[in-house]
Design a protein around this ligand. Sequence first.
Ligand code: FAD
Length: 370
Amino acid sequence: MESQPVDVAVIGAGQAGLAAAHHLRRRGYAPLGDTAGPGPSMVVLDAEAFPGGAWQHRWASLRMGTVNGIHELPGYEVPPADADAPSREVLPAYFAEYERRFDLAVQRPVRVRAVRRADDDPLGRLLVESETAQGAKTWAARYVINATGTWRRPFWPTVPGQRTFAGRQLHVHDYVSADEFAGRRVVIVGAGVSAIQLLDEISAVTDTLWVSRREPQWDATGFDTAARIQAIAAVEERVRQGLPPASVVSVTGAHWSPWAQAAKDRGALVWHPMFTAIERDGVRMPDGTVERADVILWATGFRADIAHLAPLRLRTPAGGIRVRDTRADDEPRLFLIGYGPSQSTVGANRAGRQAVRAIVADERARTAGV
Ligand code: FAD
């Protein structure tokens, strides 16, 4: 099949992909089809039908006042929004305006199915094979910036007896609102921000039991602490070694926001150690007792959505991809952003800038014949 040459293909138009696209535009890259001139070209491919990345799917009760501290995209502030406004409405509208304002020409819905090497030439092209509304299409890119996030890969741990449970099990990925649980006993699993937020709202309408493998870490000092920097450095080291990345929030812990403090004050944040098995009507606790449950809500995080990179064979035996300063160690034409240490809005912004800087430096060296 014929492929369309492009200098940089960005896969994904969430926070990370848009940040990268913005920096590419600033460095003179123009969207394919742009008649402005002969400069280097870029294309941004996104699987969603609408702008907003994962934000458009977050549950309705996640408000601008309760998101875990978002960071705006580079060069354009989030317009003031009511703290009560749903983040899944405000942020997609902001992303849409951002794409328009900076002329990022995102192509959607375009799902990338595979990225593979065109040939054995290490300076050759990477083929980005996709499925568009009009059929299959392939781009031949000098560089690929992968920014595909985690939303489509909710993580469910395996626990003995999981299939025997007579009640309902769901992941936060599929959470709609607390009202659907009224009158039912809900076990919430997880120690991250989502678990605590959902515990807060579900415990206001029904009986809950909160469990997690590790006791939640509460950061009393806010976000910009040495501990946070250290935690991010630890995730960075994991991805350098090719280990599967841990989420940054899982290592930084949650902070005492006003809503979390209020939940604690009304006695909603009572933590228990993880159950050891699931039974038909409940969960077996480490002391052998069975706690009744109608619903188990897994707030157990997400994994990187990178199956389309499999043809590049970059997975280490430990299950991760070796990444250093956003670049894949074993495929220097590939950058992973919003991955590992950059899996937050501020991290995604920085990673987008870092990847583009590296590409610009490589291109200078290449065109100078170094
Ligand atoms: P996404 O926003 O998921 O964007 C990825 C894009 O890539 C999507 O549009 C997707 O359709 C597209 N895509 C995926 N696969 C393909 C493919 N094969 N082909 C083409 N396109 C593809 N971080 C914060 O800093 N503050 C918060 O308050 C916060 N709250 C969060 C709440 C929840 C419930 C979760 C799960 C995460 C939260 N995060 C938060 C972390 C958040 O994931 C990041 O901050 C950031 O929004 C992720 O941006 P991203 O661009 O990496 O991914």
